[in-house]
Design a protein around this ligand. Structure first.
Ligand code: AMP
Ligand code: ZN
Length: 456
């Protein structure tokens, strides 16, 4: 098998993947902020991470996969201003912040299941790890990286010379252009702990050495990844928006406290755009439920995501989704018609593995799949090979069953009457009966074996 190469945002290059410990991979993916349903843009990122997970397995690694649930501390602006998204969501939905966190966590997990996305080995909720986060902040304080303002404990980004390396931030330029609000000392400083407002009882708040409040958003990932994967692990993932703020700050905390850049590889999924604008939870967004309501199978959305490389932005349109639905149906039907699996086709397997190991090039892997479908290889060998490809695609090809369309009795009668009219060479009546069936959504076709009815 070819070697696995992955793009590392930190080094800004494709690098050969080598695990830190032989045969094992620690993988951490930033999970959802559970104040609303996941939109299909979010889900594109989780599909990318699932493809990575499957590729690591394909390469024989034992993967320890951790995902967090952000159920506190993510403010309406990523730059630590505004309200906590959970408190805002609670007002919107009428649920308590705690009920809402449970509700949207379950909705998120249901989406993952429907998209055939593997669950992590460990789910970790920010609110279950307040102690670990406080200890992390105490350590940063001891090492001199924090300062206190009237609204919280902040990380002093100027104390860390490597701050902003992941995003190649132009720190001097940012400093020059920025107006720093209240007591925050530098524009790139960020909250580690926020105090509860004096005039408001928050639903989610905890005592701490600095006062009652709640953790900042970034500290949860540094604290929980350290707990479950150690201070330096293999791969850390998220969406591209995490590069300049969230991941930059996670790295800063861990570098300051533990002296590591947290993960060996940093990987980012690029955005799904809707009408050329970023899809976000606070603006118009589409959910998986909405797609299903429109009669689109979740597998079609998964297939749609496979058609673009994870490091390119992708535009969502209903027409491209439909076209992908048609392609997927052809793929399913072809594989179904091949019958039982036989022996693998080595040449196709090698071509496929090379695409996957070339920084998860799924569009090229799909091209290999279509070559396989069009080829004159033995059907049973084609079947075995496409089922092996599906270990990565996750389209559940093995369980596809063609839909049996129930033909209503009156349409059946029309077809029978039309057959009689044709026998009697009554063409106008035959055409009229066919058109009546068509108006009801059924196509009557003539084949060598006689007539057949199809749903339009
Ligand atoms: P959130 O629930 O907002 O914390 O985001 C969950 C994940 O979705 C994060 O990894 C984000 O980077 C990612 N994300 C947010 N918006 C999009 C989008 N439009 N397309 C792809 N990924 C996104
Ligand atoms: Zn994170």
């Amino acid at each position: 098998m070819s070697e696995l190469y992955l793009f590392d945002t930190y080094e800004r290059q494709v690098r050969q993947f080598q695990p830190l410990e032989a045969g094992k991979v620690g993988l951490y993916c930033c999970g959802p902020t559970v104040y609303n349903y996941a939109h299909i843009g979010n889900l594109r990122t989780y599909i990318f991470e699932d493809l990575l997970y499957r590729a690591l397995k394909m390469n024989g690694y034992e993967v320890n996969f951790v995902m967090n649930i952000t159920d506190v501390g993510h403010l309406t602006s990523d730059a630590d201003s505004g309200e906590d998204k959970m408190e805002v969501g609670s007002k919107r939905t009428g649920m308590t912040a705690w009920q809402m966190a449970d509700f949207y966590t379950q909705a998120f997990q249901k989406d993952l299941k429907r998209l055939n996305i593997n669950f992590p080995d460990t789910w970790c909720r920010a609110t279950d790890h307040i102690k670990e986060q406080i200890e992390f902040i105490e350590d940063l304080e001891k090492k001199g990286f924090t300062y206190q303002t009237s609204d919280g404990i902040y990380f002093d980004s100027r104390k860390l010379s490597s701050y902003g390396q992941l995003a190649r931030l132009d720190i001097e330029g940012l400093m020059a252009g920025a107006r720093v609000d209240n007591e925050r000392q530098h524009v790139t400083d960020f909250a580690l702990w926020k105090f509860s407002p004096a005039d408001e009882q928050r639903q989610m708040e905890w005592p701490s050495p600095w006062g009652t409040g709640f953790p900042g958003w970034h500290i949860e990932c540094s604290a929980m990844s350290a707990k479950y994967l150690g201070d330096y692990f293999d791969i850390h993932c998220g969406g591209e928006d995490h590069i300049p703020i969230h991941h930059t700050n996670e790295i800063a905390q861990t570098e300051a406290s533990r002296g590591t850049r947290l993960a060996n590889f940093w990987m980012h999924g690029y955005f799904l755009q809707l009408d050329n604008a970023k899809m976000s939870k606070s603006a118009v967004f589409l959910t998986l439920d909405r797609l299903i309501e429109k009669g689109i199978d979740p597998g079609v959305y998964r297939y749609f995501c496979l058609t673009a490389h994870y490091r390119t932005q992708m535009s969502f349109t209903w027409s491209s989704l439909e076209a992908n639905g048609v392609a997927l149906k052809r793929l399913y039907q072809a594989a179904y018609d091949w019958g039982a699996p036989g022996t693998l086709l080595d040449e196709y397997m090698a071509r496929f593995n090379a695409c996957i190991n070339d920084d998860l090039n799924l569009p090229r892997a799909l091209a290999v799949t279509w070559d396989l479908i069009r080829s004159n290889e033995e059907p049973s060998a084609k079947k075995a090979t496409i089922l092996a490809f599906d270990q990565i695609f996750g389209l559940d090809i093995a369980n596809y069953q063609p839909q049996v369309v129930e033909i209503p009795a009156d349409i059946q009668k029309l077809a029978e009457a039309r057959a009689v009219a044709r026998k009697e060479k009554n063409w106008p009546l035959s055409d009229e009966l066919r058109d009546t069936a068509l108006a009801a959504g059924y196509i009557i076709e003539d084949t060598r074996e006689g007539w057949q009815i199809k749903k339009q």
